[in-house]
Ligand binder design. Structure first.
Ligand code: GLU
Ligand code: MG
Length: 452
């Protein structure tokens, strides 16, 4: 970052800090998400925000090779005790936290100490890919769904039954936890997060909240904010919120599905064309690029060994590398609606889960889609019905090692991520495979469900 830019940020931060102080905010949490999918943080007192905006806050690059259990590995470019980075808060996203009294939050971009952008910054990667789309006159609108299992504090993640155990998608689940769920909505609304829906899911104690789409970096920021808000409200009610891919063996897991639409200026290219399901040829090529790259993308979007306990056929997790309109078993579900917006449609990548770094996901999906456009890729025929029931459809990699193999062979992702980030992601995946090798179907969820 250049000096004038930093000086401007410092003066903006001084004003923001005054506003926060007047609101009783004493601390600002500055977060980023590592390659294992864990949100890491440095906090500063509000009085120090301007200093942070001017000079950044120090943090070691070693966290880029941390695993879910806080052990670390090394990669060709990153690892070991040496070096330091600077975290710079994005003041445009500064949010007063409704469920953590006296706290505010901002996501950060990471830079080298000399002001150069840090090559392995995941948030910058997402921004670079959005800019790459913009160079072609294209824009993405994206949104993550957040699924979680709420558990008693002594509960899964630590043991006892979920507090809401009514039937799947049942009103009983909402009645049982109506104070809690209202507080989730209330906190998100107070933070100016536009909530679209909140509902119970399949597994006992499981809920989902979806929020309005945003630009790719904004959607990833929102994924972090929504999750930490749900966590804070849960803790205030004496619950744990578990975002791991699976909470217990043989249960339906937690997805973090990504919705996306592709636009040229204000026009949604997913609708009003003469391609499949009424999409334009450009949208079809973008989605074909995503579909083609999905086996490799899995190492980013469903990154944990536990992800593969979730990604089972016939569990609405999208275990097959196919697409279909409104098909909840296809890894890529096309959503031709909604009826209330005649000029809009979107696609949903269903195979991704809550262990994913949302910045890596948004950036990598854009890279894959743009590669599809560049190659003039075409979509195969859509799939209707459950692909597990026959038809010879391609299964996505069914183990973390198979997904890592596809990732390491993806030239599209290697080029987009750049060697330092690509190498760190691969090292972390390899590390987690080794770390959890031999873990049983009980041990793996228990070790991971409460970490994200
Ligand atoms: N919980 C399912 C998953 O693992 C998704 C259910 C749904 O389609 O909302 O992704
Ligand atoms: Mg859902």
């Amino acid at each position: 970052m250049q000096r004038p830019e930093r000086e401007r940020a410092e003066s903006a931060a001084r004003q923001e800090a005054a506003r926060l102080t007047a609101l009783g905010v004493q601390a600002v949490a500055l977060t980023w998400v590592d390659n294992a999918g864990i949100t890491r943080v440095k906090a500063v007192p509000t009085a120090r925000l301007a200093h942070a905006a001017r000079w950044g806050v120090g943090m070691s690059p070693v966290f880029d090779v941390y695993l879910t259990d806080d052990s670390s590995v090394t990669s060709p470019h990153i690892g070991g005790p040496d070096g330091d980075l600077r975290l710079f808060p994005d003041l445009d996203r500064l949010t007063v936290l409704a469920a953590q009294r006296g706290w505010a939050w901002a996501p950060v971009d990471r830079f080298e100490q000399d002001g150069r952008p840090y090559a392995a910054c995941q948030r910058r990667f997402a921004r670079r890919m959005a800019a790459r789309a913009a160079e072609r006159g294209l824009r993405l609108r994206m949104g993550f769904e957040t699924e979680w299992v709420v558990a008693g504090r002594a509960g899964p993640g630590s043991g006892g039954p979920p507090p809401g155990a009514g039937p799947a998608y049942g009103m009983a689940r909402v009645v049982e936890l109506s104070d809690y769920l209202r507080d989730v909505l209330d906190a998100l609304t107070a933070q100016r997060v536009e909530v679209l829906q909140l509902h119970p899911e399949y597994t006992p104690g499981q809920f989902e909240v979806s929020v309005a789409p945003a630009d790719p970096v904004g959607a990833a920021d929102l994924a972090v904010l929504v999750r930490e808000t749900v966590r804070a409200v849960s803790l205030a009610h004496g619950f744990d919120a578990l975002f791991g891919p699976v909470v217990a063996p043989d249960t339906v897991g937690n997805g973090a599905h990504l919705h996306l639409s592709l636009l040229r200026e204000e026009r949604d290219l997913c609708r009003g064309g003469d391609g499949p399901c009424g999409m334009t040829a450009e949208c079809a090529a973008f989605l074909a690029g995503v579909l083609r790259e999905l086996p490799a993308l899995l190492a980013l979007g469903a990154p944990s060994p536990a992800s593969h306990l979730r990604l089972r056929p016939s569990h609405w997790a999208g275990a097959y590398a196919c697409w279909g309109p409104e098909n909840r078993e296809a890894a890529l579900r096309f959503v031709p609606g909604p009826p209330e917006a005649e000029d809009q449609a979107n696609a949903e990548v269903k195979c991704f889960d809550g262990a994913a770094n949302p910045y890596l996901v948004t950036g990598a999906v854009i890279a894959a889609g743009l590669a599809g456009i560049a190659a003039g890729a075409t979509l195969p025929p859509p799939v209707a019905g459950d692909p597990a029931l026959g038809g010879g459809h391609e299964r996505l990699p069914d183990s973390p090692a198979a997904a890592l193999d596809r990732f390491t062979r993806s030239e599209v992702l290697r080029e987009a991520l750049g060697d330092p980030l690509f190498g760190a992601v691969a090292a972390v995946r390899r590390g987690e495979i080794e770390r959890y090798e031999g873990a049983t179907a009980e041990e793996l969820p228990a070790a991971t469900r409460g970490r994200y």
